[in-house]
Design a protein around this ligand. Structure first.
Ligand SMILES: *Cc1c(COP(=O)(O)O)cnc(C)c1O
Length: 367
């Protein structure tokens, strides 16, 4: 599904030099490499502050903690997302409240959010899934109307835009992940929180540092979550290539789109006229998905299902969400199929993948 090695070999000289700089300096914890990356990331994502943390899941938890969210509070999230978005809420004693998605964008449906808001709602967390922005304006309007923070889960969408603004710059806070397969991937774990609010920046930094601003003075309960300097140096190099990476992904997506254009059985990913898609994943919809998956496995074509089980049906959330009915989310989980998407994909590889997908998809439909 991804080709981490091919990309590394292309950037090897730059990356190896950056890693060697860190080793030479022995500035492994915090220090200049992390600060340099935080500054570059903030500039790239059009925010005032970026705070490096250990991973994207920590970024979400710290963002929730910085807003003072805790037991008894509710956080609105989609059910069609990676577990972290909701898990981080549960970890601090809050309750994730799951809302259905817009089947076109795969993101939180703004029209279904308001009826889930209660006096306990402390945050709404749109997830820019697969690299496409959620429809932010109506969500931001609800945040303003009810005085609720908007936290963007930007783990899959760095570089994407909404009406010309970078995702991650729209909410009160935003969270990034640099897991190796993400669009901006480290060679290990990494994450960041984005904000243009200086008080929240200070709060996030304090929480990541055992709840203290000064050494051996702990003001609140915090955690230990740091972006490693080696990862920061690698990310610093890769950030300068991110727009070119995105261009490769977009080119690959448009080739898939044209190859599938006349195939009625396949619904290609949607790009709204207000959104610039960065194709973290290339996800099609298809009716006989499970049969197609079997056929692709037998043909040796890599593929993935994100996500097979929605969060409201996961055992961990069963007790709080068992009677929830999210029809679009449930239907989407049955129909989605991700095809290989990365920066090293060649047109001939894509043609071969598309040939096999089309042959099976049309055969299944006629069988
Ligand atoms: C990857 C991801 C995360 C978590 O990031 P980690 O760095 O793996 O902790 C959170 N939310 C979404 C939507 C993700 O895709």
């Amino acid at each position: 599904m991804v080709d981490l090695r091919g990309q590394y070999l292309r950037l090897k000289e730059e990356i190896d030099a950056a890693v060697n700089d860190v080793l030479d300096s022995t500035r492994f914890i915090r220090g200049p490499f992390v600060t340099e990356f935080e500054t570059a990331l903030a500039k790239y994502t059009q925010v005032q502050h970026a705070i490096g943390v250990a991973n994207g899941t920590d970024a979400l938890q710290i963002a929730y903690m910085a807003l003072g969210i805790g037991p008894g509070d509710e956080i609105i999230t989609p059910s069609f997302t990676f577990i972290s978005t909701a898990e981080a809420a549960s970890l601090i004693g809050a309750t994730p409240v799951f809302v259905d998605i817009d089947p076109k964008t795969f993101c939180l449906d703004p029209n279904r959010v308001e009826s889930s808001i209660t006096p306990r709602t402390k945050a709404i967390v749109p997830v820019h899934l697969f690299g496409h922005s959620a429809d932010m304006d109506p969500i931001l309007a609800l945040g303003a109307k009810y005085n609720i923070a908007i936290i963007e889960d930007n783990a899959q969408a760095i570089g994407a835009t909404y009406k010309g603004s970078k995702t991650g710059s729209l909410g009160t806070l935003a969270c990034c992940s640099f897991f190796p397969s993400k669009n901006l991937g480290a060679y290990g774990d990494g994450g960041a929180i984005l904000t243009s609010n200086t008080e929240l920046e200070a709060q996030c930094r304090m929480i990541t540092n055992h709840g203290g601003r000064h050494k051996y003075l702990n003001e609140v309960v915090g955690i230990n979550s740091r972006l490693d300097a080696l990862q920061a140096a690698i990310l610093n190099v890769k950030l300068t290539h991110l727009d070119a990476f995105t261009e490769s992904r977009r080119n690959a997506a448009s080739l898939y789109n044209s190859l599938f254009e006349d195939i009625d059985e396949i619904i290609c990913p949607y790009e709204a006229d207000w959104g610039h898609h960065v194709y973290h994943q290339y996800v099609i919809r298809i009716q006989q998905r499970d049969e197609l998956v079997d056929a692709l496995s037998n043909s040796g074509i890599p593929h993935g299902i994100y996500y097979p089980v929605p969060l409201h049906q996961q055992p961990v959330f069963e007790s709080q969400a068992h009677d929830l009915d999210l029809p679009e989310t449930e239907k989407t989980c049955r129909e989605v199929l991700a095809l290989p998407m990365h920066t090293e994909l060649t047109p001939s590889q894509q043609r071969r993948i598309a040939d096999v997908v089309i042959a099976h998809a049309t055969h299944l439909n006629h069988a």
